[in-house]
Write a protein that binds this ligand. Sequence first.
Ligand SMILES: *Cc1c(COP(=O)(O)O)cnc(C)c1O
Length: 230
Amino acid sequence: MLKENLEEVERRIAAACGRAGRKRDEVTLIAVSKTKPVSAIREIMGCSVVDFGENKVQEMCKKMEEIKEPLHWHLIGHLQRNKVKYIVGKAYLIHSVDSIRLAKEIQKEAEKYGKVCPVLIEINIGGEESKDGIPKEEAIPLIREIAELSCIQVRGLMTIAPPVEKPEDARGYFKEMRELFQAVEAEQIPGVEMKELSMGMTGDFEVAIEEGATMVRVGTAIFGERQYAV
Ligand SMILES: *Cc1c(COP(=O)(O)O)cnc(C)c1O
């Protein structure tokens, strides 16, 4: 059943790429497996998906230990500084860097490993009070500061669009994100490699692709609804 869900998501991604005149390989599908069991991840791995997204450090580490195959594990949720040590060197990409303090902690841990940790900067594009991420005006100054750190590399931007009624209503936010992406790129900050624009979830990934997403993070449409303990 998950296989059919994935095929449907794949079909929709391909169609969105087609509408936008983009190649399918310009967009990475990240299967968001948070709250879902390892058995479900294995099912999707069996369909040649290698990119998985988790929003909690502990859950991600536990799943990594169980699944030995070399997958790309993406940390997409808020990251606390005291958890950084558990994932630097393990996460393929951290999507949620939104402060210099967090970046410095990542720098400190990555330095110990002698590795460079790739990250995205999370933008609160809707200016919502309850959301993580920085206002878009702060992106370039923050990226300039992070660029001074030798063991952390900015690879792009990430956002969660505000909840909207119809996917189409999110288009303006995604467009703003693409413009911000291009503005950062134009700065040509040494050491910064603007490659990824992580945006689009189950409700809005097609619009995000049409507006330039290079990574979409899809959970529900692949794994089904999530059940949270109350
Ligand atoms: C849960 C989550 C997703 C996936 O959400 P769906 O609507 O289930 O596709 C994407 N991005 C982030 C940051 C998430 O926390």
